[in-house]
Design a protein. Structure first.
Length: 310
């Protein structure tokens, strides 16, 4: 699967993934009101509005980007209708030729982890027919429970040619509370925990190679560029999903160390900076009616910034 993502990155010269994280305040009022008028103030109305909003953004940007990353919590908050909108978004992205990274951050053990993996990137068999429930191409995985929680995902990846991004060093300000903890004993004494996780990612990936890169990648935030340089060296064959660009403070000048010398090895996420661009003063002239065109302009500016700096 990582080769499919790389092909899209090369074809469009664009290491960008758009995070489809539709907070209610991001959805233009004309779309919300359309469905409120039809369906009342219901979860179903919100879900339909979110889906239309997502379609507009994908229609405006799909030729510029190789992938989208819907964050499942933004859909789950609206119950079953929201989850349906998530699935419809995944399916529409595939119709537009986009790789879908499901930002689910799942992590459990044994059969529970296996069930998460099957539901999102695997298949279930019913009456002799194999069905892909959510059908993302790649998902994010929380490694806090250790190998027991990650290996079921890796097994499903190998069976179905899918991928995972394992959380290594996340972009949020408090990530250091645990991830930066220094090991106090043993062979790894003096090293931060995130480096140990990175080495496990590299180890897990050796058994899931897809060309020059592994289907087991890592999440490393753009807000920590110095750590990104070190982690790139520890995981030379792992693709890195880089959140934190734009609204969280990351910029093009922070990104070079996440990439390998071949110009590959990383894909950079921006969510609200793109999907809510029309609310930014820079793109305000587009207005709510032109929200999708504002998103396209934001992608173009992000591309220019990245190309200039890497």
């Amino acid at each position: 699967m990582i080769q499919k993502l790389i092909s899209g990155i090369k074809e469009k010269n664009s290491p960008i993934v758009v995070g489809l994280d539709p907070q209610l305040g991001f959805v233009p009022e004309q779309i919300l009101n359309k469905y409120y008028n039809e369906m009342g103030y219901t979860l179903e109305a919100v879900a339909e509005a979110i889906y239309e909003y997502n379609v507009g953004i994908m229609d405006a940007t799909y030729d510029l980007i190789p992938a989208v990353k819907p964050q499942v919590a933004m859909y789950e908050q609206f119950g079953v209708p929201g989850v349906i909108a998530f699935k419809k978004t995944v399916d529409y992205a595939h119709k537009k030729g986009l790789v879908v990274i499901g930002d689910i951050k799942r992590g459990d053990i044994g059969s529970t982890s296996g069930a998460y993996a099957l539901g999102h990137i695997g298949e279930v068999e019913l009456g002799g027919k194999k069905i892909c429930p959510f059908d993302e191409d790649i998902v994010t995985v929380n490694p806090y429970l250790g190998s027991d929680g990650v290996k079921p995902f890796i097994d499903v990846c190998k069976e179905n040619d899918r991928g995972i991004f394992v959380l290594v060093k996340t972009s949020n300000p408090s990530s250091g509370e645990f991830q930066d903890r220094v090991i106090s004993e043993g062979d790894d004494k003096g090293r931060p925990l995130y480096e140990i996780v990175a080495e496990k990612v590299a180890d897990w990936g050796q058994d899931s190679m897809d060309g020059d890169y592994s289907n087991v990648g890592a999440v490393v935030g753009a807000t920590y560029p110095e750590m990104g340089v070190r982690l790139r060296k520890l995981m030379p064959k792992a693709y890195i999903l880089v959140p934190g660009y734009g609204a969280q403070g990351g910029s093009g000048k922070d990104l070079k160390g996440f990439f390998n010398e071949d110009g590959l090895g990383a894909i950079v996420n921006s969510s609200r900076g793109i999907i809510a661009a029309y609310k930014n003063d820079k793109y305000a002239s587009f207005g709510a009616e032109g929200y999708a065109d504002a998103s396209r302009a934001a992608v173009e500016d992000m591309l220019a910034d990245i190309r200039e700096n890497i």
